[in-house]
Unconditional design. Structure first.
Length: 201
C-alpha cells in the first residue's frame, strides 16, 4: 500500500497543480519563454490609439458580430494586470507573426451581457455577472488587415492567426476561448477565484 502511494503521489500532485493553473494564473514563473518573461517584468505597455468607429460597422463585422458597434473598447475599464498581459499578446503577435490585433470588446456591462444571453446559447452561455467581461478581466480581439477588421472563421489567414493568438495567450497565463465547446476564438480571460457572481454596479 505504501509503495503504491509513493508511486502515485507525484502524479496526483502534478495533476492537481496543472488543474489549478487552468483556472487561475499565479505569478510564480510558469512562463518559460525568455521574451515573455522579460516583457512581463519590463516596462508597462500602452494601449494603442482607438480605431475609427466605422471600422466596426463593416458588412463582415455585422455578419460575424452583430451589435459590435455598441461594445466598449475602452482599455481604461479593464483590469491593469489583464491589460498588460493582453498588450504583450498583441505585441508578440505582430513581432513574431505579422498579425496586427484589435480589441473589439473589453468591459461588458451586466445589462449588455443579459441581452446577449437572451439571444441564445449560440451567442453566450454566461448570464449577467457570470462573465469575466463584467470585471474587466476578459476581452474579444480580432485582426486588422488593410485597415479592416477580420473576424471570419472562413478566412484561412485569420484561422491561423487565432491558433497563434491562443498559443501566446496561454503562455501568458490567460484562458483562451478557442478550447471551449462553444468556441470563442478571439476571447481571452484572466481567471481569478471568487470573482464570478459578484454584483457589478
Amino acid at each position: 500500500m505504501g509503495v503504491v502511494l509513493l508511486l502515485t503521489l507525484p502524479s496526483l500532485t502534478i495533476l492537481s497543480l496543472n488543474g489549478a493553473r487552468v483556472f487561475e494564473f499565479d505569478n510564480t514563473g510558469h512562463a518559460t519563454d525568455p521574451q515573455v518573461v522579460a516583457l512581463l517584468e519590463g516596462e508597462r505597455l500602452i494601449p494603442p490609439a482607438p480605431l475609427p468607429p466605422e471600422v466596426f460597422t463593416t458588412q463582415e463585422v455585422e455578419i460575424s458580430r452583430p451589435d459590435l458597434a455598441h461594445a466598449s473598447r475602452n482599455w481604461q475599464q479593464l483590469d491593469i494586470e489583464f491589460t498588460q498581459r493582453l498588450l504583450i499578446v498583441f505585441r508578440l503577435m505582430e513581432e513574431r507573426h505579422g498579425y496586427r490585433m484589435a480589441l473589439i470588446e473589453g468591459y461588458r456591462s451586466p445589462e449588455r451581457q443579459a441581452k446577449l444571453f437572451e439571444q441564445g446559447s449560440h451567442v453566450t452561455k454566461a448570464k449577467a455577472n457570470m462573465s469575466y467581461h463584467q470585471y474587466g478581466l476578459a476581452a474579444d480581439s480580432a485582426f486588422l488587415r488593410d485597415g479592416k477588421i477580420v473576424i471570419s472563421e472562413r478566412d484561412p489567414w485569420a484561422m491561423r492567426g487565432y491558433e497563434l493568438y491562443g498559443q501566446i495567450a496561454e503562455q501568458l497565463g490567460l484562458t483562451w476561448g478557442g478550447r471551449w465547446q462553444l468556441r470563442d476564438l478571439g476571447h481571452v480571460e484572466l481567471r481569478r477565484q471568487n470573482v464570478l457572481g459578484q454584483v457589478v454596479r
